[in-house]
Structure formats: C-alpha cells, structure tokens
Write a protein that binds this ligand. Sequence first.
Ligand code: 7PJ
Length: 288
Amino acid sequence: MTDNPAPTWLPCGRHRLDLSYPRVMGILNVTPDSFSDGGRHVALDDALRHAERMLAEGAAIIDVGGESTRPGAQAITAQQELDRVAPVVERLVCELDALVSVDTSTPAVMRQTAALGAGMINDVRALQREGALEAALGTGLPVCLMHMQGEPQDMQQAPRYDAPIEEAVMDFLETRVAACEAAGLRRERLLIDPGFGFGKTVEHNLRLLNRMDRMTRFDLPLLVGLSRKSLIGKVLGRPVEERLPGGLALASLAVERGARILRVHDVGPTMDAVNMTWAVLREGCEND
Ligand code: 7PJ
C-alpha cells in the first residue's frame, strides 16, 4: 500500500476532519436550472434533502458548487454564484451541522461562505484568480489546490503537455503550494488534487491515476474527483448514468494510490468500495 504520512487531523472551522483513513465528499451541485424563478425554494429543499441523504450514507464533507466547471461551461458573475451557493451553505451548516466545502475560485464567495460557517475551500483554479489567495488566507480555512490546464471553456481542446503528465501536474502543484506558503497560508491547511478530466486526455488521466502514488511525497492530503467522469465513459463506452461500477474501480485504485478524500456523487456505494479497499490495505500494514 502507499504510505501517505499526510497530517491526520485537518481543522475545518468548527469541525475537525479525521484523515487517518479515507473519507468521502458528497457532491452537491446548485446548477442554474434548479434555481430558476419560482422553483427556488423547492430546489433548495431538494438540495438539503439530498445532502442529508449523503450524510446518512457516510459522507464526511458536502461539496457545494455554484459555478459549472464542466468542459465548455460559461462563466457567471460573483453575485450569481453567491446567490446560488450562500443559501445552501447557510442551511447545511445551521440545520445539518455539516462540514461544508465550497467549490469556488471566487474571492467574494470564499469570504462570504466562510462567514456562514463553511469549513473548506475547494478551488479548481488553485487560488490563481486575482484576490483569491488573500481571500482564502483571511478565512483561515483549509484549501484544496487542484491542477487544471486551461479554462473550462477550452481545456478539453486537444490538451497536450511537454513533460510526462504526472511531472507537469506535480510541478504545477509544487509552485502553487510554494505561492500559498509565501503568502502566509500554512502548509497544514493545504490539500492537493491532480484534477482528473481538467485539460487531460483519457490517456493522461489513466497514466496520472496509475502514478498518483508519487504525489504522496508532498505529505499533503490527496483529494480526487473521478465520479462519473468522461474517462469512464470513454474507456467503457458508458453514458453518464451507467458509470458507477467504473467509478468504484477507480475509487478503490485511488485509495490504494494514496487518496484520502474521494469527491463523488454516489456516496453509499463509494463508502463500501473505499471501506473494503481500506480493510485490505490496513491488514497488510498491521502484519508487517
Ligand atoms: C473536481 C472538482 C475534481 C476537485 C469538479 C465534475 C466536475 N473539485 N470539481 N476535484 N471536479 N477538487 O465533478 O465532473 O476533480 S466539477
């Protein structure tokens, strides 16, 4: 098994996240469609119910995202993003006492959701937007730094790298971790994510997962998002609603390669896959 000496406890606002074993992060998308006009309150209640179910199934974190980062997605304003995300964060914190992570690159969203009780920042742009580093620093919350090449609008248009993909990703993350530390963000507050599907071909994604054990040299908690992604569709020829078995295989491999947080849509099945994988890895470890 991959020994990952990353810190065991991560302080996340009012919560402390135990990372001595792999944890599951449930995805809660607050998309524009679900928040149109009169459906707003219904959609908010639906989102809360979905989060409640993911928590009951064992999710340690609920990741709330208001800006679509899917390939080809269009940009939205900070206010639009805040209007989508803030009411959900507030209710998740107050009504469910959930550990909420906010999937955002927007400084104002980081600041305001932290004030509402969010416990983690998940930034697919690794705090590269203007003012994001300072905003994240001001919240005192842990931040997940993800690798992405390009922007969602164009990242999947023939992505290519001059170095082997795992080297390119690790170089980028090393640079971002250094920039964060230079700005005063403590290393104990950082997590890293190779960013599967973000400016990467199927071959890049497969190779990156296969060599992901190398990323444990950062001694930082490793977060991965593979759930329902198009690499599963492309390898298996499955539409998005039939990608769970493929996703569970990837989740299991990711845990073996050192992942400590799995960002997924299907919390219950992923818990079983992860816990089963961990039982085997831990047994091997204890008998050494
Ligand atoms: C990821 C994410 C990921 C992190 C999305 C999708 C696209 N955040 N946000 N890692 N993916 N940290 O879920 O298909 O892989 S949105």
